[in-house]
Design a protein around this ligand. Structure first.
Ligand code: GLN
Length: 192
């Protein structure tokens, strides 16, 4: 099992640290050939416009699309925006997931917040049925999902903050900034 973390910008070290704690072989991905022997890829939080532009500059855009058609990818926050097909802005989007997102849906940096979420799918991990602590930093909302997309988590308002389409996962929040590795373990199951 080898998992890549897209390392162009954002919280890639934090993802890599959690994967290494779980005993997973990891690689920082900056060039297309580094995708070759991976079982899955994480696209971290950061700034989706920057990640998208750098992916284009590094010749990674089409290789990432091809990779995501066959393998697991999980995008957190900015990564979920980059995976989406529509973010209401003119910026490079992989368009792999049939989700429409609203960037910065909760406001500015000062409006960032933390909240406990109920994520039923994590119960399949034989873990305790505890809420998952969601950290939202200038986070997007998943406004709407296509018919092949499952909703994994919602806020009390009913707005969607985590979704899955086959082996593609999107979360508006940052599990890599918590000490709870359940979402990473779930991704490893999906990527297997
Ligand atoms: N606001 C950022 C964007 O739109 C995402 C922020 C994050 O990844 N924490 O790309």
């Amino acid at each position: 099992m080898k998992i890549g973390v897209l390392a162009l910008q954002g919280s890639f070290h934090e993802h890599q640290y959690i994967l290494e704690q779980l005993g997973v072989d990891t690689v920082q991905v900056r060039l297309p050939h580094q995708l070759d022997d991976l079982n899955g890829l994480i696209i971290p939080g950061g700034e989706s416009t920057t990640i998208g532009k750098l992916a284009v500059d590094f010749g990674l855009f089409e290789p990432l699309q091809r990779f995501g058609n066959k393998h697991a990818i999980w995008g957190t926050c900015a990564g979920s925006i980059f995976l989406s097909k529509d973010a209401h802005r003119n910026q490079p989007l992989l368009g792999l997931m049939d989700i429409q997102v609203e960037r910065n849906a909760f406001g500015r940096q000062v409006d960032s917040f933390e909240i406990d979420l109920d994520i039923p799918i994590l119960k399949t991990l034989n873990s305790q049925n505890l809420p998952f602590h969601g950290i939202f930093i200038r986070a997007p909302l998943i406004e709407s999902v296509g018919k092949d997309v499952d909703v994994l988590a919602k806020l009390a308002t009913g707005r969607i903050v985590a979704a899955q389409q086959g082996t593609l996962l999107a979360t508006s929040f940052h599990p890599e900034l918590t000490e709870d590795d359940r979402f990473h373990r779930y991704f490893l199951e999906v990527a297997q």
